[in-house]
Write a protein that binds this ligand. Sequence first.
Ligand code: GLC
Length: 689
Amino acid sequence: MIKKYSYGQPIETSAVVTDIPAEQDEIQALNLIRSDEGNLFLTYFMEEDDVVYGLGEANRGINKRGYIYESFCSDDPLHTEEKRSLYGAHNFLIVSGMVNIGIFVDTPSQVQFDIGYTAKNVLKITPSDENFKLYLIEGNGAYDIVRQFRKLIGRSYIAPRWAFGFQQSRWSYCNEDEIREVVKNYRDNHIPLDAVYMDIDYMDGYKDFTVSEERFPHFREFVSEMKQQGIRLVPIIDAGVKIEEGYDIYEEGRYYQLFCKRPDGSDFVAGVWPGKTHFPDFMNTNARNWFGSKYQKLLQEGIEGFWNDMNEPAMFYTEEGVREAKEYLKGFDFDNIDAGNFFQLTDMIKGLANRRKDYESFYHNMDGQIVRHDKVHNLYGFNMTRAAGEAFEHLQPDKRILLFSRSSYIGMHRYGGIWTGDNQSWWSHLLLNIKMMPSLNMCGFIYSGADLGGFGSNCTEDLLLRWLAFGIFTPLMRNHTALGTRNQECYRFGNSEMFKNILSLRYSLIPYLYSEYMKACLHDDMMIKPLSFDYPDDDLSRHIEDQLLVGESIMITPVYEQNAIGRYVYLPEDMLFVRFQSPSKRSCCVMHKGIHYIPVDVGEVPVFIRQNKMLPLCRAVECTDLLDTSKFELIAFTDKEMEYIMYEDDGFSKNYDAHENLVSFAITENDGQLGAVSSKTIVKLSLFH
Ligand code: GLC
């Protein structure tokens, strides 16, 4: 049951698709308090053993208790443990225990969630703006609450199937030949690959919707040459539009008044990659339609996917900030730099980027309503992606286009996925990736993933292998790294065989993963869940943070520590342990409910098949275009009749509800023997009980 409460005059965020009338009565489940300073906040008393789920793209664990988080989309590439904000703002959480309650604070400005940080059992939610909507969801457990919430916010974005292939990125691929070289190395080593990303260097002077003619002289032919090799190119689009006379996007935006404004009506200026830029006013319908229509330029060249970046929006500096810095430097005593002024100086320079003061200094025209940016800050990346998503509906109505964003708010999940921004090549960030995936799913971001191998810092071979062994289960599976870091394409390390093995397993799993992904999207469900969602009565499951359920059939137990030779796992029921060592080598053994230590060598992938479930596998190939889904191998863990329904479609059109999209794999009994029955060819059945 969902109840809505409305305070003041909230700004419409478009997060919710179901209109429910606001309650007239006082709120019951939470205490609404006004502090002595006049701030409005909500409190809820948590029981000692309540678990708090949610918050989507946020730091720390699956259980959010014990820390303080701030929803304020932040361009901060150093996600150390103390950080309170990351790139997304996903204000949905669930307190789950004897009583279960879902809370969605629908407001586009900053919100603070103190989840037992100040007082151990007190959840305190402080919206920075008194005008907000609050949704309270009662349900039969956390999972039920998530499903109700997901109905409220609408169907998640559906990616094309090729986007389940492995994707390679690096900030610095500069020209056609560099990309050709990457593809050649993958193909020569027979390591599967479906896409290569084009980071900012493909553009002419970092100008959106341009392609450097010098470095990509025959772009359309190049796109098609890559496509013939089964490779899609995915260009980045940044939020800031370069200020340059004669550049059409700049000229049009200025002429039609489509950029964010300063109080005096001039266009707001911030420095990003190209130097000075204007920010399109994505809160304005005309600006969205205009910017969205520009993607056509690249679609026409044969491009089928995009990543929207720097859309918090990220700012290196503003003109005002630079002016203040110059003033400060004039009076600075460079002859006597000591502890006092040294840190002042460095903080001042670092502090030029993404200043709160700057976010408070420009304005949007929300179709007639003038709103200061910080009041709607968390909607900016959402609306950039919405601009693209809505445009694709017109430009290519029958085709799915890959789209994901760095910054997001709930509601954006209907237009695109997300990647989790600039992580680091740290083992702790592999673990953060594991813990974040179910929380993202709760908030509707099903097509998501992290920069595998880590964006910042230098990656090691073992970290990349372990990360990929987890990443093969995330819908977006992309290796991406920053300019200046060690090369981390899969062929760069000594043993490309291990990389090939892991990625080949990904391709064997694509029919299953795609099926579970599509079911999650089509039924407003989750693809990646914490254990407790399917084993609600199993107390230990509530505290497992490093094992996940992926779809209905499997549990995964990734290794995330350097030099580990295996790990402890907890099985909430008897399961079949499948140790994938290479495409031709695997061992299976039944393990009983309880705690076990399992060996997992670097390069291996441990998978547990749940009771009365099966895992269909197809033959591994080097790109999704070559997948043959007419033949399957089945690994089943059952001693009785059962069925797995696989969702399958052409992977690019939008006919999701066709009856033929559902394929049955049944284990049936015949003359006392269990066997497999399906319209697909079953090349092998491995049955365990
Ligand atoms: C941002 C993005 C990163 C990208 C870089 C250059 O830091 O998060 O993925 O590589 O910009 O475009």
